[in-house]
Design a protein around this ligand. Structure first.
Ligand SMILES: NC(=O)c1ccc[n+]([C@@H]2O[C@H](COP(=O)([O-])OP(=O)(O)OC[C@H]3O[C@@H](n4cnc5c(N)ncnc54)[C@H](OP(=O)(O)O)[C@@H]3O)[C@@H](O)[C@H]2O)c1
Length: 350
């Protein structure tokens, strides 16, 4: 019944999202100012991430394009730079290599930030995969690929960059937001819980790309809620998970050519554009909505994620399970080789 309810909800969302969102402002009018802020956007080379990075650049933030291909990153940097110059701005942006599916790459990216004690106002964990229809595959660290790329890599990245975010929040004297945004999906509702005995779908017959994607997206929401619970109340930063909507991007790239074309043809009328899909990320990264920052003061704030309409909404009952959230936290720390009893408050003081 849970699953059926989830399927109906997701299908309803796909087919009626444009109607529901018809009065939502355009991306350029969402959220607040970010000039003077330093922002990391992972996976900026296509789709929602590209639009997220572009709008932050247009608002005069310093944007770090954290991508796994130097060539694609450089091409994007040049496009965004040229666009800014044409409009009379002088954009500041840089490309940094980051493969979120590799713990080594995540550690090396974070190490250079820590060593340089760079400020960080916004970490937007946008990079993600949905290997639709493909066989089970593993990351170099031995994680199921969706779990490794969509949750465990971003989990480690966030943990390692927390001190930089914290320092920035302490010094943020012109009231700029300090935020962590995890780009999840409404598809998490289709995850029938989390098989804690087999998180990487090793059991015979357990794997499907859809189930793996949904579980990784559930993990992102559980992680965000647990992070909100663990961050000290006065730390000056906030975390949020978002669903961008169903968006026409390259997310279907793993399908055979003909199926991709068919998907694009039939779904285009119902899907959002990448710029529309970037609205919830930009809202959570930049707006002054008190629900983002009122941690612990209302259950609503801690138990919500932001939908494509930039409104707080309730995730699945599994995503609200604090016992599962605590388990996921310890398990994730173990997977990425952080200390089992990772004390976030002590870590932030150091
Ligand atoms: N599109 C939707 O309808 C939808 C709905 C709900 C949630 N989402 C979520 O939105 C996020 C963005 O997806 P999208 O739709 O914009 O898809 P997309 O067009 O396929 O973009 C994905 C981005 O992630 C990057 N990426 C993938 N694996 C990476 C890795 N290991 N390391 C670093 N970067 C990596 C890709 O880089 P390359 O260019 O190098 O491949 C690309 O820039 C994802 O987390 C997705 O799950 C999308």
């Amino acid at each position: 019944m849970d699953l059926l309810g989830g399927i109906i909800d997701v299908a309803f969302d796909v087919f009626f999202q444009k109607l529901h969102l018809r009065n939502l402002p355009a991306l350029k009018d969402i959220g607040g100012p970010v000039d003077g802020c330093t922002c990391i956007v992972t996976g900026p080379t296509s789709g929602i991430g590209r639009e997220t990075a572009a709008v932050l650049v247009r608002r005069n933030a310093h944007v770090v394009l954290a991508c796994r291909s130097a060539e694609r990153g450089e091409k994007l940097r040049k496009e965004l730079y040229d666009e800014g110059v044409k409009e009379g701005r002088k954009p500041t942006l840089e490309v940094q290599l980051l493969d979120v599916a590799s713990l080594e790459s995540v550690r090396s990216f974070a190490k250079s930030w820590q060593q340089q004690e760079r400020p960080l106002h916004m970490l937007i964990n946008n990079a993600g995969i949905f290997s639709m229809g493909a066989e089970r595959s593993m990351t170099e660290d031995g994680f199921e690929a969706h779990m490794g790329t969509n949750h465990l890599g971003p989990f480690l990245l966030t943990m390692l960059l927390l001190p930089n975010l914290r320092q920035t929040a302490r010094k943020s004297n012109h009231g700029r937001p300090v935020r962590i945004v995890n780009v999840s999906s409404k598809m998490h509702e289709l995850a029938p819980g989390f098989d804690t005995a087999d998180p990487h779908f090793g059991k015979q017959g357990a794997y499907s790309s859809l189930a793996a994607y949904n579980r990784s997206k559930l993990a992102q929401i559980l992680f965000t809620a647990e992070l909100r619970r663990r961050l000290p109340g006065d730390c000056g930063m906030a975390a949020a998970a978002v669903h961008p909507g169903e968006v026409m991007t390259d997310v279907v790239r793993s399908l055979p050519g003909l199926m991709q074309s068919a998907y694009r043809f039939f779904m285009r009328p119902f899907c959002l554009t990448p710029a529309q899909g970037a609205r919830s990320s930009i809202y959570c990264a930049t707006s002054r909505d008190p629900i983002l920052t009122e941690r612990g003061q209302s259950m609503e704030a801690d138990n919500c994620y932001f939908g494509a309409g930039c409104r707080c909404q309730s995730p699945s009952k599994h995503a609200l399970d604090p016992v599962l959230g605590e388990w996921l936290w310890s398990w994730s720390a173990d997977m990425v080789k952080l200390p089992a009893k990772y004390d976030i408050k002590a870590h932030l003081r150091s």
